[in-house]
Design a protein around this ligand. Structure first.
Ligand code: ACM
Length: 265
């Protein structure tokens, strides 16, 4: 399957024109699955709970439907981050996996970062995997990566590919992706944004460098830190389903789960 990371530079709050820009970029490179950043069309840095409420969209909103229509018309799937106004009245930092067949799978960020804790509810979906066109795809959002259990859980659920929507402000993940990929023998596609957002007294610079890393730790995509674009690579499930390091070691079967539980002394 040919997958693509989409690296953009959205203008905070300009949802409609940000979506237009994203769809135009996606039209420039043909792939079967596009992975977009966290908060891909809204901008990231909300400064109040009221603003988070105003920015958030329902899963059947016109904004989300624009991606669903695009997906159907191009026969390609899309995974994108967005601020979700949920039916339970809460606002979540979510990603949605939209297929041309009309499926929609929402993952809500498990590990909230910094002031997200003030504005969003902690995710309540947990981790899950969906199979689409023969590839098992798990969803994660940005800071989830810092907790190795997140990607391990997706690998144990059988993920071939972890679609990782991000707005990374720290410099580590692009290198840490190597470890997450080899320890789980999965593909990781991390889509990050670029640019700087300054809201009230705080300013965030996003590090770009979207990556696609294969189960052997090869960087199939390593995008620049300062340019928008669509960066694609082929993935092969024969590689992600082979967990054997050699004739004696299997990175999943060799786990000693009994020793990983909290010990009492
Ligand atoms: C992050 O979780 N957006 C750093």
């Amino acid at each position: 399957m040919k997958i693509a990371t989409v690296q953009n530079n959205p203008v905070f709050g300009e949802k409609s024109s940000n979506i237009t820009d994203l769809l135009k970029m996606m039209d420039s490179v043909k792939a079967e699955l596009y992975i977009l950043p966290e908060m891909s069309y809204s901008g990231y840095q909300v400064v109040s709970k009221e603003e988070a409420v105003k920015l958030a969209d329902r899963v059947d909103s016109d904004n989300i439907m624009r991606f669903a229509e695009w997906s159907k018309s191009r026969d390609s799937a899309v995974i994108l981050g967005f601020p979700e106004a949920a039916e339970d009245g809460k606002i979540y930092n979510s990603s949605i996996f939209i297929t041309p067949e009309g499926e929609r799978h929402v993952y809500r960020k498990s590990h909230l970062f910094y002031k997200e804790k003030l504005y969003y509810a902690p995710g309540n979906t947990g981790f899950f995997v969906n199979e689409w066109r023969g590839v098992k795809i798990g969803q994660a959002i940005c800071f989830d990566w810092y907790f190795s259990e997140s990607f391990r859980t997706l690998a144990l659920l059988g993920a071939d590919l972890i679609a990782h929507c991000t707005n990374i402000v720290m410099p580590y993940f692009q290198r840490a992706a190597f470890a997450r990929a080899i320890e789980n023998r999965v593909y990781i596609a991390t889509s990050n944004r670029i640019g700087t957002e300054s809201r009230e007294s705080e300013s965030f610079t996003y590090t770009g460098e979207s990556v696609i890393v294969d189960p052997l730790g090869n960087y199939l995509v390593d995008a620049p830190s300062d340019k928008t674009g669509v960066f694609a690579a082929e993935i092969d499930t024969n590689l992600s389903r082979n967990k054997k390091l050699n004739d004696f070691n299997d990175v999943i079967a060799d786990r000693r789960e009994i020793f990983y539980k909290k010990q009492s002394f």
